[in-house]
Design a protein. Sequence first.
Lengths: 283, 490
Amino acid sequence: MSELFVNAMGDTGNPPEPVTSESSKPRSNPDRNYPDRPDTVYLYGTCLVDLLQPQAGLDALKLLEREGINVVFAEQQTCCGQPAYTSGYDDEAREVALMQMQAMPEDWPVIVLSGSCGGMMHHHYPKMFTGLPEQQQAQAFAERVFEFTEFLVHVLGYQPEDQGEPETVAVHTSCAARREMNVHHTGWALVDALRNVKRVVHDHEFECCGFGGSFCVRYPDISGAMVNDKVTAITDTRADRLISADYGCLMNINGALEFQQHKIRGEHLASYLWERTTGEKHV
Amino acid sequence: MSERIPLHNLSFKERVDRDLNDPALRHNFREAMDFLMDKRKGRFTDDHQLQLLRDRGSSIRKRALSKLPDLLEQLESKLRENGIRVHWAETPEEANSIVLDIARHHGAKTMIKGKSMVSEETELNEFLEHNGVEAIEADMGEFILQLAEDKPSHIVMPAIHKTKEDIARLFEQNLDDCEYTEDVDTLIQSARKELRRRFHAADIGLTGVNFMVAETGSLVLVENEGNGRMATTVPKVHIAMTGIEKVIERLDDLPPLLTLLTNSATGQPVTTYVNMISSPRKQDEDGPEEVHLVLLDNGRTIPYADEEMRQTLQCIRCAACMNHCPVYTRLGGHAYGTTYPGPIGSILSPHLLGLEETKDLPSASSLCGACGEVCPVRIPIPDLLRRLRHEGVRKLKKDEAPVIRGHGAKYTHTEKAAWLSWSKLYSSPAMYRTFALSATLLRGLTPSKMKGWTDYRTSPKPAKKSLHSLVKQYRKQQDQYSEKQAGDKG
Ligand code: SF4
């Protein structure tokens, strides 16, 4: 019988440490090598933020600049290519992916305002170009892609100075942020660092909100069942605010919140951090 | 819930519609899946250990698959040495007739069955019945389903969609001296009494197999109810039936896989029974006089040929992927319409049945990754779902070898054209900016009804200005500000 076998059964002398999956203490991310604090970064807004919630992008930009980082917003950026990729249209996705890499050619970190697009660029770009001339380019590019919250926490060591009134906040983490990028802890850590904010956990918090890109239009009823459950879980907490670092999920959840005539609307974490640290509230 | 329309008469979307709108079913599955998730979580309290164990499980299965042809040869000769007869079946029909031949050879009238998903895959019971052999399910879940003329909805807990009340009614109607009761222990006792009687009358026992050890020529079978132990020891003949991918190289490979299997499946450190069958009865021993193994291919060699798809065959059938799947939790197993439901079903069934019949399954997922996160042998299920979507919408190139039956089954000119123009738009920044400008300027024209989306949500409205414009505007303000400051100073 192997040692692992015995250990996994919890029968060894040392009791195993409990998994503190709900803890906000940012764990170092074993999958990544974080760079030293850079002078300049690219900010990748994502297509959804660009068209639907641009203020989040501007707030992220201001926040990074306030931390003394030069932020370059590449004019040529469009979309990471994920919609085509997850639908199985690889050639079409590659075409778009290539454009993003060309738009951000300098060796600066690329800060992505979404775990989902971050996962696409960090994990899937290298796979998409395997065996093609652009393979190395994609690999090098993927290495400098960071999700917004992990960059703030792991690279900048950012500590927000909370200026706001006491309130409770429910946090929704996208599946890609949690399972591909492993950055749910950094999102939580930033919220928990706000002195007057209490983070409340909602039922089945780890579960998908039902967005899934084209899934929500291909299978509207399954997706609808999922987002309805998510909305119930969130509103049941009676939290004052709903925050997420992914606008894709928020578009889905907010649409359902409004449809069901709830008052609360989800906001992007970048805007929330800006608001809490400056007292400026967007209406 | 008991009056269900036969599966084959409905399309996938119709089945989804039927089962999503069954509140009792939704409630039962949510509760059952929550229970199983909690059980598993309670066992894997040390995440680091879990990840090491998953690495181990994955590498054992990968190694076994990398040597599959050799291991199958070794297994066959070891089993023969041990006195177990080995039969190869390429199709379900072949597998079924092998079983029937053995039954006929022994003049068997009844066959008692332990749980076997592969026999579900080949629809063995129906076939045997048709040919005058009665098959009796002895696994409690399968027994319930047989009485109800129903199909499994879960690969580990086949009757999980049945409520206590359903079962009480079923037993009352079908079992001798069983009155209606909702007391679970009494129900189980009644069924066990009935089954025990049938065990002694059965001519042949048939079971599935969890692992086959090539090194020793052993068949490993885990279970909790003892029906596997009975089926492999009481009747004169034992037939084991399984897929070719279940082989592992060494006996040493077994403990970590068993740990992963039982903890992932039901949160048990070990099952009540772990059966290791290495030969028919020896002199002065109990047990069957003959042991047969039927090895089924049924399309498994197709994904085997492709390195990425091959990972599908690593599966140890623990069902953790379905227990954690938000789609399965809301649909239950029957909506999938295949023997194997849930995430594993959506990546395996297309190989067994071809994409024509299963093309909707890979896209019925939000790719949330919960399945891949818990899979004890690290099958990258979301990646495989995506790959199958890709194979479903592409045509094979000239002289390209197919990696699945039914390439391009989901291809339509309209969708292809839509993605082509999407790609043109998003890979041309100038075109994209024009598009963004008109989308934001004409935001009032955003349709308020969008098919599917607006049944549950309001439609999203573009902002007044895109981020591209906001940043430009902000930079301009910054420049003006610093010019002004410079001016003030000078
Ligand atoms: S795919 Fe993985 S999680 Fe799903 S049944 Fe197989 S081994 Fe278990």
